[in-house]
Design a protein around this ligand. Structure first.
Ligand code: PMV
Length: 307
């Protein structure tokens, strides 16, 4: 094959961040901030990588290594990436690039790989490079949709519902957060206050299971309320910020059913769930409170071959 182009979506955590690191369940949705990997033949006898959207090319390098060890030796190719979204929003460009490059290599070298295999290989790559992570972002990129997810893909259940009567509004706080640093800070809290920590983790796990049921039965009021509860526990963990709190409170005052930070905290994005009729008011309130509203679709398709 001369050229392949494969895209993978980004992610947002709906419920269960941090607890998912400790093997409790979470709910993640794939978002329409896609990253595309293009592979084409290149006669220069080397592998050329042109990936301006990703922080660094370690994920691409590691994906090439894993693919070469497992399937066919990668050589004489140019790998480039494209994405309309900046990596700064925390949509998971590292996991999206890993999944997209591995799927593109499989298509380029005509190698059959299952969705599960793609997830497992991509998770291995991300762990090799990053050292920590539940893999929820890899799951969103590989499977798409909205998933009930447990670390390492122990649980990976699509929550297939028609979400078209509800809106998710996303507000960027203007601060880029450092996930690994915050995950390490939370780990220190576990050491310092093991009992309190355990209580918070179990409470989050309980609300995630509840949220799964209410999502499946489309009880949006409950879905919203559970976001609020989740935010309270994230605040107790110390990962929220004043800016996130003010965006969350603005969203709720303007009619959102619930709102919380999404991801590690310390910055990045907050999310608010609301009825379609309230979407504009909620977005305007977030903007007025100093957030940057990002117009992204959610529950979108997973990795897909474009050509
Ligand atoms: O900061 P993000 O968007 O990459 O999310 C991190 C979520 C954590 O649960 C804190 C870590 C993880 O790997 O699941």
């Amino acid at each position: 094959m001369k050229k392949v182009s494969v895209s993978a979506p980004g992610k947002l955590m709906l419920y269960g961040e941090h607890a998912v690191v400790y093997n409790y369940p979470s709910i993640v949705t794939a978002v329409g901030s896609r990253l595309t990997a293009i592979i084409e033949a290149n006669n220069s006898n080397e592998i050329v990588i042109d990936a301006p959207q990703v922080k660094d090319t370690r994920f691409v390098d590691a994906a090439i290594k894993v693919f070469s060890n497992q399937f066919s030796v990668v050589s004489n190719v140019k790998i480039s990436t494209q994405s309309p979204f900046s990596g700064k929003f925390g949509f998971g460009s590292s996991s999206a690039v890993t999944v997209a490059v591995l799927a593109a290599l499989a298509a380029f070298y005509k190698t059959e790989i299952s969705q599960r295999e793609l997830f497992d290989l991509s998770y291995r790559v991300v762990m090799d490079v990053q050292g920590t992570g539940s893999g929820f972002d890899v799951a969103a990129a590989a499977y798409g949709g909205t998933l009930y997810y447990q670390k390492g893909g122990v649980k990976l259940e699509p929550l297939t519902v028609d979400y078209s009567d509800i809106s998710l509004v996303v507000g960027y706080s203007g601060v880029k957060s450092n996930t690994v640093e915050i995950v390490n800070e939370v780990a220190r809290k576990k050491e310092l206050y093991p009992e309190k920590f355990d209580k918070i983790m179990k409470a989050i796990a309980g609300l995630v299971d509840n949220a799964k049921e209410h999502l499946l039965s489309k009880e949006w009021d409950r879905v919203g309320k559970l976001m609020d509860f989740n935010q309270e526990f994230l605040r107790d963990l110390g990962v929220s910020t004043e800016k996130l709190e003010s965006l969350i409170s603005a969203a709720k005052k303007s009619g959102a059913l619930g709102a919380k930070l999404s991801g590690a905290g310390g910055g990045d994005c907050m999310i608010a769930i609301c009825e379609k009729s309230k979407k504009e008011a909620v977005a305007a309130a977030i903007t007025a409170a100093g957030g940057e509203v990002l117009d992204v679709a959610w529950n979108v398709e997973g990795v897909s071959i474009e050509i």
